[in-house]
Write a protein that binds this ligand. Structure first.
Ligand SMILES: [Fe+2]
Ligand SMILES: [Fe+2]
Length: 265
């Protein structure tokens, strides 16, 4: 298999975790070795056709195990939760490039690189969970991230606003505080993993901002106004609550006007 969209279809419609990871890395290898075919010939399957593994069992957020980082169970619950976020991030990157066609080749290259980095994040965390004798899927998880993908399946600007520029951007706000807690505990392994992920996530959000702005300009839309409209339309509760990491979000392509709007109560 050397066609990007065939690989994307296989990754999204095959629940097997190891195969998904291997195919994702293979697609990135094909890109690096200029052997990847970007021809889109098959129709896009409906988002309801996407398949997930049987575990973790998906439950409402209020049923998630407590993530109190002062106990070992809490640390395990925290790492299992972010392992699930990274697993869903693999799907989200693949779905973005699979579902939206007719864009420049650079768009597809960018999101393939993101999918590959999400797979690396997942593998780092899967390994880390195994240090506690826990496998991904042993604890329940919640499915909020995928709901946003389903709701924005027909609107690329809404997808970019809600997924990289809202849900992924939240990671930039909260991860530095979590890294500080693990630093205080002297947990160097956890700190190294979280720092690696944070560095990559800034790039992912930046690619979201870049494509959001590029597509707005092409369509004669003002990015700031579009961002506000789409978040207000799709985010339950109107918009995310701060505090926001202004410095990192600016590196990731947020404008002062967008940050001012987010921060205004
Ligand atoms: Fe990630
Ligand atoms: Fe990401």
């Amino acid at each position: 298999m050397k066609n990007l969209f065939e690989i994307a279809e296989a990754c999204l419609h095959n629940p097997d975790v190891d195969k998904k990871l291997a195919l994702t890395h293979r697609a990135k290898w094909l890109l690096e070795h200029r052997q990847l075919d970007f021809t889109a010939s098959q129709p896009v399957l409906a988002i309801g056709e996407v398949k997930f593994p049987e575990t973790p069992i998906l439950q409402a957020p209020r049923h998630m195990p407590k993530r109190n980082l002062t106990t070992q169970d809490g640390v395990i619950a925290f790492f299992h939760a972010i392992t699930h976020v990274e697993f869903m991030a693999i799907y989200l990157a693949w779905d973005l490039l699979y579902r939206f066609r007719g864009l420049p080749e650079q768009f597809y290259q960018d999101w393939l690189i993101v999918a590959d980095e999400e797979a690396q994040h997942f593998e780092l965390l899967q390994q880390h969970l195994r240090r506690f004798n826990v496998e991904y899927g042993d604890l329940p998880a919640h499915n909020g991230l995928w709901d946003h993908a389903v709701e924005t399946a027909g609107d690329l600007l809404a997808r970019l606003a809600m997924v990289p520029r809202c849900m992924e951007a939240r990671g930039l706000d909260v991860t530095p505080g979590i890294i500080a807690k693990f630093t205080a505990k002297g947990d160097e392994v956890a700190v190294a993993i979280l720092n690696r992920i944070l560095t990559d996530e800034v790039k992912h959000v930046e690619r979201g901002s870049f494509w959001f702005k590029t597509l707005c300009h092409q369509r004669g839309l003002v990015p700031e106004t579009q961002y506000q409209n789409l978040i207000s339309q799709y985010y339950r509760g109107g918009k995310p609550k701060g505090p926001f990491n202004r410095d990192m979000r600016k590196v990731a392509g947020f404008s002062d006007a967008e940050l001012d709007w987010l921060e205004a109560g």
